[in-house]
Design a protein around this ligand. Structure first.
Ligand SMILES: O=C(O)C(=O)C[C@H](O)C(=O)CO
Ligand SMILES: [Zn+2]
Length: 274
């Protein structure tokens, strides 16, 4: 079963007038990971699709998605898959890939239906593509590592880059996840903007009684969204995206838009935040 929810893009002036539920309706997504289901959110920000596939004891096939307007989803799109569960299998074009927790599979445009099986919990991300790049499994140990932050500012962390020009070629998708040193809770602080690219975050490995306070909005007009384990947030191109956890967590970031330049960021000065 594949369920799809559409989220339309809204401008910052509209967003600043929203109450808590309004913000959640537009930017927050929960319940993506349900056994026996593929649950997708189709956002009109750069037409990124994000979602979860949890096959359990059966098999799930990602194929026709009406919202994409093509017979098969990947006819005009590329796909990234991160496994946040136990080792599972993703089969593409007759080839099965064993994906361990923390590995990422890139699937190129035109690959046809994608089949999920085994005890994995698969986070899927798809963006429109204009050419085929090779399907590639990237193990966690082969990701590009960027160490940032410090214990003094509670933001010591390592960014693991999987869909990045130096690791695996893609058309639009950039993707990876960020892990924290023990005791560090702040992600993406100091904050930044990149109006040329939207971003989506999935928070995971968060305890059931813990939450991440995800901060969004224009730097001079911030709001927060309270995120539980396996909740996702859509970050519009005009918004900062950062957060602090009440406990340990990991988050997957993914971007689509004008370029695949991870360092294309406009830093926001602390004194400009409101
Ligand atoms: O911890 C961080 O900082 C990040 O992971 C930043 C995101 O990857 C990002 O916002 C990239 O634009
Ligand atoms: Zn960013």
């Amino acid at each position: 079963m594949t369920n799809v929810e559409t989220r339309y893009a809204i401008d910052p002036e509209t967003a600043r007038k929203l109450d808590t539920q309004g913000l959640r309706d537009h930017f927050h997504a929960s319940g993506l990971f349900v056994e026996g289901e593929i649950n997708l959110v189709y956002t009109h920000y750069d037409r990124l699709i994000l979602g979860g596939a949890v096959p359990g004891s059966g098999e799930l096939v990602l194929d026709h998605v009406k919202e994409a307007g093509t017979p098969s989803l990947l006819d005009r799109r590329e796909l990234g898959v991160l496994n946040i569960g136990d080792t599972g299998t993703v089969t593409v074009a007759g080839k099965s890939h064993e994906i361990a927790r923390g590995d990422v599979l890139y699937v190129g445009m035109g690959s046809g239906p994608v089949t999920f099986s085994g005890p994995g919990r698969f986070y899927v991300l798809s963006a429109p593509a204009h050419r085929t790049c090779p399907t590639k499994l990237i193990r966690a140990q082969d990701a590009r590592r960027v160490e940032l932050g410090s214990a003094e500012t509670s933001n010591e962390r390592v960014i693991l880059q999987f869909l990045h020009p130096e690791v695996a070629e893609s058309c639009q998708l950039l993707m990876g996840y960020t892990q924290f040193a023990q005791g560090s809770v702040w992600n993406t602080m100091p904050a930044h903007l990149h109006d040329r690219r939207m971003e989506a975050y999935l928070y995971f490995e968060l305890g059931p009684d813990q939450r991440v306070f995800h901060i969004m909005g224009k730097p001079e007009e911030t709001r927060h969204l309270v995120m539980a384990n396996e909740d996702a947030v859509i970050s519009p191109p005009w918004s900062i995206h950062c957060g602090a956890g009440t406990g340990a967590y990991t988050f997957c970031w993914a971007m689509a838009g004008d370029n695949v330049d991870f360092t294309d960021m406009d830093m926001v000065a602390m004194e400009d935040l409101r």
